[in-house]
Design a protein around this ligand. Sequence first.
Ligand code: BV8
Length: 249
Amino acid sequence: MTRTDSIPVVADTSVLVLTGAGVSAESGIPTFRDSGGLWEQHSMEQVATPEGFREDPRLVWRFYSERRAKGRACRPNPGHLALAALERRLGDRFLLVTQNIDGLHRQAGSERVIELHGQLYQTRCAHCDREPFDDLEGYDDERPPLCDVCEAAGRMGLLRPAVVWFGEMLDPLHFEAISRFLEEGRRGRLVFLAAGTSGSVWPASALVDEARRAGAGTWLVNAAAADNASRFEHFVQGRSGEVLPGLLG
Ligand code: BV8
């Protein structure tokens, strides 16, 4: 693994990026696994699994309502902005995959974004297949919110955050789009950059392997060595808001 100070983005280069909670840390959003992180106050099983939601939907809604309120005060940082600028330079030779649900990449101007784990500011029904809808609300009262579509059909349906919990399938269309991007990108130079992620959650953590199979050069930007750091050729240790502008400039 070698250090590098800039990623060579030349004429025929395609760049696939994966971001995690570390990219939003400098915007004031706590990560999951750093000290003081989100899982410290609650166990993952309690607030980020379907079983936890069945067990105590009010606790889960308090957890996500708190994140909605906190997230609304947060703004994109230079790391988000550097990625949006790279997209403007590369167009369809750029694709951003994020594990983050905070919406800060879109706020920063990124459009070619795949939100693998869903969106914090969307709500869906846990029981019917109504479309997820935009929702900035917090729900921390005694009763979790109910689905009005279900109610109109004479049944009870709980509303839930439109995010992917542990043990839940991710949208297969997302992985089809990623594989297609890598396939098309391998005709030229291909770069895979992961930033601000511990590399501890599958299937996002395996993207580096798929990128390497497609012949991509691989970079990791992270404040600490990540679980899957050894699978990257280049590792730049540092805060993404400080490193990405120079690395991608
Ligand atoms: C699935 C919900 C098929 C939304 C999240 C055993 C072994 C391996 C895998 C598994 C296993 N058992 C089960 C699995 C699969 C499981 C999994 O990976 N479990 C892990 C815990 C082992 N995955 C799943 O269940 C996925 N679905 O596989 O479906 C299936 C179905 C049934 C049964 C089996 C398989 C679903 C995964 C989605 C889970 N949902 N969140 C939300 O509330 O946000 S994941 C959660 O963790 C967040 O989304 C978060 O994004 C994600 C990953 O964390 P990171 O983003 O990496 O954040 P973290 O805090 O960990 O790290 C931050 C990093 O940034 C640190 O390294 C830090 O050093 C660095 N950093 C900090 N500040 C900065 C910085 N870097 C740069 N600059 C800074 N300023």
